[in-house]
Design a protein around this ligand. Structure first.
Ligand code: RET
Length: 250
């Protein structure tokens, strides 16, 4: 791989921005937890779990970029750390919204199991697939696309479930001032989560350097939107709902 200095620097800056946003958001979620009623606080706690995991794994991803393509680069770079991060974060992000929507009891257990199962299978099959990415040692176009397609099937299950959960949330918040903010989560979710499979297939482009730079930029945009912005919205929705239920921060 032959990156120009600008390409190398751009990816390095973007990866650093990624973990800096996770660090800043981590502080935000800790400091704002008390603006919420206790029943909503598990959402903030799960945001904290997501931020710590992303912070550490994205930091490692940035180190690997420098080791691979820096002045004494080894050329050994993969997105493996990201997949390990998603393995933790995907189930957490899907489960955290259940606390804000107010889904409890048997329905909570059902969603939790389905979210965790489909989320983990989506990431694991994608993880297997990325080993066959064009330009890598084990490059195999067919295997790469087939595993990507299997992962997409699980992704569609996730989309169906989250659409259902958000619909229930909208019904529960019909009379709340939080409704417009909460309603923003569905388009945010669809756009930010769909950037991941788009980034996955970027190496279909003929210019592999350009493809890999774009892939890192896209993954970072998706990470900031699906983890940090999503978490901040859920935090504000929870604090509006808490105020409407008569809660005042002590
Ligand atoms: C893969 C493989 C190719 C097919 C599909 C994928 C979907 C990935 C998604 C990842 C979401 C990650 C999130 C992480 C936040 O921490 C695995 C790239 C469909 C949707 C939200």
């Amino acid at each position: 791989m032959d990156f120009t200095i600008s390409e190398f620097n751009l990816v390095s800056h973007v990866l650093t921005l990624g973990y800096a946003v996770m660090a800043a958001s981590l502080i935000f979620f800790i400091l704002t937890i008390k603006t919420n009623l206790p029943k909503y606080r598990m959402s903030s706690i799960l945001s904290v779990v997501v931020m710590v995991s992303a912070l550490l794994l994205l930091f490692e991803q940035q180190n690997q970029w420098v080791e691979a393509f820096g002045p004494e680069g080894t050329g050994n770079f993969s997105n493996g750390f990201r997949y390990l991060n998603w393995l933790i974060d995907v189930p957490m992000l899907l489960i955290q919204i259940l606390f804000v929507v107010g889904i409890a009891g048997a329905a909570f257990k059902k969603y939790l199991t389905q979210f965790a199962t489909f989320g983990v299978l989506m990431i694991l099959t994608g993880y297997v697939g990325q080993f066959y990415e064009p330009g890598t040692e084990a490059a195999d176009l067919v295997m790469w696309l087939v595993w990507g397609a299997v992962s997409t099937v699980f992704y569609i299950f996730v989309l169906v479930l989250i659409t259902r959960v958000i619909k229930e949330g909208k019904a529960n918040m019909a009379k709340s001032k939080a409704l417009p903010l909460f309603a923003f989560i569905l388009p945010l979710f669809y756009v930010s989560w769909t950037i991941y499979p788009i980034a996955y297939v970027m190496p279909l482009l003929p210019d592999l350097e350009f493809a890999l730079v774009s892939q890192q930029v896209l993954y970072t945009i998706a990470d900031i939107a699906s983890k940090a912005i999503y978490g901040v919205i859920l935090q504000f929705v929870s604090s509006i709902l808490s105020q409407e239920q008569g809660y005042e921060e002590v």
